[in-house]
Design a binder for this molecule. Structure first.
Ligand SMILES: [Zn+2]
Length: 397
């Protein structure tokens, strides 16, 4: 995904806002139909049936009919695809959630050549064709990938428009050196390699963190609905967005580097979403160690681990192996003894049997590097199709 700052004129902004509103409305409508479905009832309307309903809805609602049919149909397709991913036992995704105004603003356009195109107009500016809005300028901060087939326009909470061209990164050729690397998603650092390298995803600088804390204090004191409150929220969102951008760049660079240096890349088979979900628990079964886990989860999410693994799979297709996570952090990488007591602290591993000592995350990474690929359930990341360009998939038609 290459993201660019979109610079629509005021008139174009109005069109884009309409597109966002329509896409959100359609998405939520499709979601409601699924939510009301119960076992034993007739099937949920499939994509084709929903398209028919969309035509009808457009005939009855002038405000919907005034919008772009391309945008609205794509929202339906996106929802259908999200449901398919949700029901996929191999790679389950989250249930498509309700989209909230002001928070989830965006729409997607596919079919380059017929629905859209992109062109460069100057050294620093490009233009992308958006239905009903025409050519919209964007900041040409880097070359648009030649293989881009679709794009998504988004409006973030800081009021910035972006266009992201969806492209599967080109696979990086394997070095052919027969080397395997293990990567541990660290808590102390973002990722530890079995080579001993410790990688840290960028965070806000000290000065930025101080500024963020000050803004958060101001926000707590500001009157609800006041102009000042709006300005402070805007500033906070901008700082957060800056951090996110840095993480994304980091994941791109690190994944390319690792894919270039090693033939086989081993990571733990861990569903990051499950880990982060488990902490809070439910009302009937409140999570244990909620505080400690919440801290750990913040670290995991903040480290950009999920994005890094996704990019590794894209760039080294068939070369990423998932290893069972059992005891990787308690096992001594020197003598193989498994003992909880060896994990001296978050950062230090000291074997109670042979005395080997080292960075705990690196020790785990070495165990992962020596691990065996998980073959059960087929979730080894090897058989996944390389091309994941969004496709029309019908969940219940
Ligand atoms: Zn040992």
């Amino acid at each position: 995904m290459s993201r660019y700052r979109l610079l629509p004129t005021p008139a174009q902004q109005a069109v884009l806002r309409d597109h966002c509103g329509h896409a959100r409305y359609i998405w939520n409508l499709a979601g409601e139909q699924h939510a009301h479905w119960r076992l034993g009832r007739k099937g949920v309307p499939g994509y084709l049936e929903q398209c028919r309903q969309l035509t009808q809805a457009r005939a009855e609602n002038p405000w919907l009919a005034a919008g772009s049919q391309t945008v609205q149909q794509q929202a339906l397709r996106d929802f259908a695809q999200a449901m398919t991913a949700f029901f996929d036992p191999g790679h389950p995704a989250r249930r498509p959630s309700w989209r909230k105004a002001g928070r989830d603003e965006g729409f997607r356009i596919v079919a380059r050549g017929t629905q859209w195109d992109v062109r460069r107009v100057s050294r620093k500016a490009g233009q992308v064709w958006v239905p009903k809005a025409g050519w919209v300028r964007f900041r040409w901060s880097r070359a648009v990938p030649a293989g881009a087939k679709s794009y998504r326009v988004t409006l973030d909470r800081a009021g910035r428009w972006h266009v992201a061209f969806a492209v599967i990164p080109d696979p990086v050729p394997a070095p052919g050196n027969g080397q395997a690397v293990g990567i541990d998603r660290g808590v102390v650092v973002s990722a530890a390699l079995s080579t001993g390298e410790l990688l840290s995803a960028p965070v806000l600088t000290g000065r930025e963190r101080i500024r963020l804390r000050r803004l958060q204090r101001t926000l707590a004191r500001a009157t609800r609905g006041s102009n000042r409150r709006g300005r402070v929220r805007h500033a906070i969102a901008r700082l957060r967005a800056r951090e996110t951008d840095r993480r994304k760049d980091w994941a791109e660079k690190v994944s390319t580097d690792i894919a270039r240096r090693f033939d086989v890349i081993r990571v733990e088979d861990l569903l990051i979403t499950n880990m982060t979900r488990s902490a809070r628990g439910t009302r009937g079964d409140p999570g244990r160690n909620v505080r400690a886990k919440a801290g750990l989860n913040r670290g995991i999410l903040g480290s950009g681990w999920g994005l890094l693994v996704r990019r590794l799979k894209d760039k080294a297709p068939g070369r990423v192996e998932k290893v069972k996570p059992h005891y990787t952090s308690q096992r001594c990488s020197a003598c193989g003894q498994v003992d909880r007591g060896s994990r001296e602290s978050q950062a230090v591993f000291r074997c109670t049997a042979c005395g080997f000592a080292g960075h705990a995350d690196v020790n785990a990474a070495v165990n992962i590097a020596a691990g065996h690929a998980v073959t059960a359930r087929g979730g080894d990341g090897i058989t996944q199709p390389v091309n994941r360009e969004p496709q029309l998939l019908l969940p219940s038609a």
